[in-house]
Structure formats: C-alpha cells, structure tokens
Design a protein. Sequence first.
Length: 333
Amino acid sequence: MVNPLRRAGRRTNLALLVVLVAAFATGWLAFAAGQPISSTLATTAHGLLGLAVVALVPWKTVIVRRAPALRLASLLLVAIIVICLAAGFVEVFAGYGTRAGLSPIQVHVGSAVVAVGLLGWHLLRHRRQRPRRGDLSRRRLLTAGLFAIGVGTGYAALEGVGRLAGSPSASRLPTGSHRLDPGRFPATIWLFDQVPAVAGTQQVTVAGRPLPVSALDAQATVVTARLDCTSGWYAEADWSGVRLTELIAADEVGAATSLVVTSVTGYRRTFPIADAGRLWLATRCQGRLLDAGHGAPVRLVAPGRRGFWWVKWVASVELSERPALAQSPFPLQ
Ligand SMILES: Nc1nc2c(c(=O)[nH]1)N[C@H]1C(S)=C(S)[C@@H](COP(=O)(O)O)O[C@H]1N2
Ligand SMILES: [Mo]
C-alpha cells in the first residue's frame, strides 16, 4: 500500500484552511448558544473540528518539510495554533481554573484571535491553493468521509477516556462549562467594563418609571438559575428578583419589540419583548444582597442565556421598537 502521507499537498492545505475557519466560526457559535441542543451542536462541531486540525498534522508536516524556507511568522502561527489547541484540551479535561489571572478559555480565544490575523498573512504570502473540480469527486468525498469517521471515533474515544478517568470533562455542561459553588463564582467582566461605584440608595428606571431598589428587594421572590459564563464555568444559585412582566404591564408594551437593559457603566443588551417573563431584576444571590463585583445593587438574571446577557449594575430597562437582532451578537465593552 502506498504511504498516504505522500499525497500531502494542495488538498491538505485546503482542508486545513476549511477546518480552521470552521473551528473559528463554531467557537463563536458555542459562545452564543445557551440552550442544550444548540450548545451541544456547536460545542461538538467545534471539538470535532479541533481534533480534525490535530489529525491533519502528519500531512501538513510533510508539506512543511518540503518547503525551501520557513518564515518566522509561519512558525509563530504554528506555535499559536498549538497553544490554542492545548488550552482547548485543558479546558475540557482539566476543568476551569486560573493561572496568572487567565482561564484556559481566555488563552484559547485570545490565541485564536491572534492566529486568525497570522493566518490571513500566511495565506497572502503563500502560493494560492486553488480548489479544482476533482476535489469534490466521489473518490475524494469518500476519503473525506473516512477522515471524518476517524476524527469522530477519536472524539468518542477521548470522551470515553475522560469518563473512565473521572475527568472534569465527564460532568461539563453542553456549553462546555464546569461547575463552581454558588457561593464562590468569580466576579466577571466581559471585556473592558469596570465595577462602578454605585450609591446604595440607587434607583432603577423601568419603562420610564424610577423604582427604588428597596421596593424591588421587598417584592423579590426566589428564582433558581444557572449563570453560565463563557470563560468556562457555571454556577447554579438562588437569586432573589422581580420578573420584568410584573414591572411592565402588558398594555404598556404597545409597538415595542424589545427590551433594552442598560448598566450604569453603559454596558447593555437588548432582548426580544417575548423574553420579559424570563428575565428578573435581582437584588440578592443565595439570600445575601449582591456585592459590588456581582452587580450591586441590581443585576439582570436571564436563565437560559449565557453570562454576558446577565447585565450587572442595571440603571434602566426600556421598551424599544428596534429589533433585538439589531445589536452586536456579543458586547463590545
Ligand atoms: N455591566 C456589566 N455586566 C456584566 C458584565 C460586564 O462586564 N459588565 N459581564 C457579564 C459576564 S461575561 C458574566 S459571565 C456575568 C458574570 O456575573 P458575575 O460577575 O456575578 O459572576 O456578568 C455579566 N454582566
Ligand atoms: Mo462571562
């Protein structure tokens, strides 16, 4: 039998490009997804694509060995992709934790973003690897199918080993997150926001009406909900809050299609109006008043949505006629 690695070449490069771009895209989908089915699809696809990158390494190595000269930026690209993959495996199998203030997911996403820039440069500097019509021949598709089956088998085997070894991978959520105790999850900033100095006597404006925090706290009931942060952890806690449908009457909604929840810091998220019954303005976690880091005096609790939707330090909830889709899929602050 001929050595399959001798076929390493243009098709390997194209496959690697497709797989890397798809891995990047599914990573963002996995960040956006909060529901079990969408999360499972996104994280499984993302994991399979990551493994596919690893599986293509023997072929790509043959290509790199043939290269007359290696550019520093290309070697850097390799190093960063290795870091990205390694951080991904650490996140899945070792669980959540921080070293030097960084979690595995932060390293994973940070290196992926750098890698995309370098990959763009790499593609510009190297000879075009054009697709040809034969690339989709039945024989090629069969090869691709066998490759996919191999990657899928590897994925299942790793999941099995994780389970047998009692690794944190076995108990991760469909989103990939690992459990933390409700009393001890970290105060988390999405990107550049900062804990504000808010006075204890704050008011929250709901649909134009100022509402004292004390009134909100007095009216609060307990809602058990899972805060699932994209940095790799989740915590299930008892929050005390008031449902938005109790604060905004149905006849007030009028032509509004969305709710804009804005923090005193300017951080904001827009929700479809139909979500109002699934959103709470919360003053407490585990029976205790929120502390500054976790959003005091009032934060949003949005079960079923990833952590970045749980706006902290809420200043206002406003009705809006702009559709919820007309916002950046992720906060920029
Ligand atoms: N105003 C504001 N709200 C915010 C954030 C932020 O940076 N600013 N971070 C979000 C993210 S990414 C998460 S996971 C949760 C974290 O809540 P915690 O700090 O109570 O853990 O708050 C969300 N609410
Ligand atoms: Mo988060």
